[in-house]
Ligand binder design. Structure first.
Ligand code: SF4
Length: 292
């Protein structure tokens, strides 16, 4: 078993990204990582990213002087792209804003933050190689700017409607996490403190530890369980977090390893290792021993 785990981890850690464009949270500011990770708990990732980008555009205004037109910086109107529900709602938000006006004549500087956030999110997930929105991903909010946000303000800026109570919980936790970032707490204490916050469970705490605090935590999610099980490394697919951490702990020693493990597992989960009918033939892990 140990040899199989070593081979499995080595294969994953040496694997190149399966998709072009930025890797998970690559080139994103700390406040963007923090908002996206927290908002993703109750909102789909595309909408969490759109809200996060809208808020950062509102405070940073990175495109204020840009003369680029929409048709030069995006794939809008995204012909031929099959959006999931959240992506479709962002697309509709943009389409309703343009209404009958010619979108191609708009400059990015003309757009409100909610539309920029929605478009930057769709570009991130459906046109991954587009680097135009990188200045937005570089924006870092100050503690005062984060403190000034209320649920109503977030909805007004992003033009995305969310229940006020949920948003209040998210904002409270985000503020506390950003304060922890400057406190320098050691990992074991940090994890316990993160788990005390609203909307922060094991997976979110470990995601924050890896990406925001750069600690070697193992992010246990459904993709990781499914792939370990299908490769005979777990006896049952619904194993406990503790058993998976024990299984992989000796092989994931740095935050870079933890990042690579999470990023490759999630790419493979999305692209190949579907719940039914996994595409083992084209999967980069296809050579490893696996459960049929
Ligand atoms: S798709 Fe097949 S080869 Fe790839 S991780 Fe899943 S079970 Fe393994």
């Amino acid at each position: 078993m140990t040899d199989f785990i070593t081979i499995f981890c080595n294969d994953l850690l040496q694997m190149k990204p399966c998709r072009k464009g930025s890797d998970f949270f690559e080139n994103e500011s700390e406040t963007i990582m923090c908002f996206e990770t927290l908002l993703n708990q109750r909102v789909s990732i595309e909408r969490a990213t759109a809200i996060t980008y809208a808020i950062h555009d509102y405070f940073g205004r990175p495109f204020e002087k840009s003369t680029f037109q929409i048709s030069n910086i995006s794939k809008y109107p995204y012909e031929g792209i099959a959006f999931r529900r959240a992506g479709k709602s962002l697309y509709n938000l943009i389409r309703n804003y343009f209404d009958t006006r010619k979108y191609s004549e708009y400059k990015i500087a003309d757009l409100p933050s909610g539309i920029i956030g929605a478009m930057a999110s769709l570009e991130r997930y459906h046109n991954r190689e587009n680097e135009f929105f990188q200045p937005l991903r570089d924006v870092v909010l100050t503690i005062d700017q984060v403190e000034s946000l209320t649920p109503e303000k977030v909805c007004e800026i992003s033009q995305v409607k969310l229940p006020a109570e949920n948003l209040r919980c998210h904002l409270n936790s985000i503020r506390q996490i950003l304060n922890m970032k400057i406190s320098g707490l050691p990992q074991q204490i940090l994890r316990k403190e993160l788990l005390k916050l609203e909307r922060v469970g094991d997976e979110t705490a470990d995601t924050l530890l890896v990406y925001l605090f750069r600690q070697p935590a193992i992010i246990v999610d459904e993709y990781l369980k499914r792939i370990l099980y299908r490769h005979y490394l777990l006896q049952k697919q619904f194993a406990s977090r503790r058993s998976i951490v024990d299984l992989l702990g000796d092989h994931i020693k740095t935050w870079e390893d933890a990042h690579t493990l999470h990023a490759r597992i999630n790419e493979i989960g999305v692209l190949y290792c579907h719940a039914t009918a996994p595409d083992c033939e084209n999967c980069p892990l296809g050579r490893s021993v696996r459960r049929e």
